[in-house]
Design a binder for this molecule. Structure first.
Ligand SMILES: O=C(CO)[C@@H](O)[C@H](O)[C@H](O)[C@H](O)COP(=O)(O)O
Ligand SMILES: [Zn+2]
Length: 198
């Protein structure tokens, strides 16, 4: 019984990935281009999201600051999900809605990229972070699902929206994790070319 459930989940995840590959290859490659350009200009990437998406932010930042699959110089990426003093002070003194936007206001500069993750596209603190980033003339790469929610409404054609075509949070997150690895791989390829791959 449980084995069947597990196999169904693997199958659904794999099927969604195959389906999303076609739809998302284009926006993911646009996101690589946008991020590579920002990094080449000396700008940085800030990342925010809640729960599993907070973990994704940290995963992404670790692969840029440390490394992905190739040896290279550290690249500037910062997860806005990790400083518990900032998160609790801002959450306590202002509101949980402000925990990321205050950090965007503190660290974000024109030309930086905000990687914003929300499976619903509706988390208020991620929406507020996007609004703060747009005010600072930053570019947005949004990873969403469920049609993109409020976030879809905020983005313009200078931003990149990677919206997973599914309604279930877990399945969407699984595609977000793969997308993050595609972003890291794309940035490495932009730096070094495709030689020695696959
Ligand atoms: O990982 C999971 C569920 O798989 C949860 O921790 C999930 O990330 C949290 O419920 C988040 O608060 C959901 O927020 P969002 O993706 O809608 O922005
Ligand atoms: Zn999860």
């Amino acid at each position: 019984m449980i084995n069947e459930r597990i196999q169904t989940q693997f199958r659904q995840s794999a099927e969604l990935k195959m389906q999303a590959a076609e739809q998302l290859a284009q926006p993911i490659s646009q996101a690589v281009e946008l991020m590579f350009l920002a990094l080449s200009n000396g700008n940085k990437i800030l990342a925010c999201g809640n729960g599993g998406s907070a973990a994704d932010c940290q995963h992404f930042a670790a692969e840029l600051v440390g490394r992905f699959e190739r040896e290279r110089l550290p690249l500037p990426a910062l997860a806005l999900t990790t400083d518990t003093s900032i998160l609790t002070a801002v959450g306590n003194d202002y509101s949980f809605r402000d925990v990321f936007s205050k950090q965007v206001q503190a660290f974000g500069q024109s030309g930086d990229v905000l990687l914003a993750l929300s499976t619903s596209g509706n988390s208020a603190n991620v929406v507020a972070a996007i609004e703060a980033a747009l005010e600072r003339d930053m570019r947005i790469v949004a990873l969403t699902g469920k049609g993109g929610g409020v976030i879809a409404e905020l983005l313009s054609e200078t931003d990149v929206h990677i919206c997973v075509p599914h309604d279930r949070t877990a399945r969407i997150q699984e595609v977000h994790a793969l997308t993050i690895h595609c972003l890291c791989d794309g940035i490495d390829v932009a730096l070094f070319g495709e030689e020695g791959d696959e």
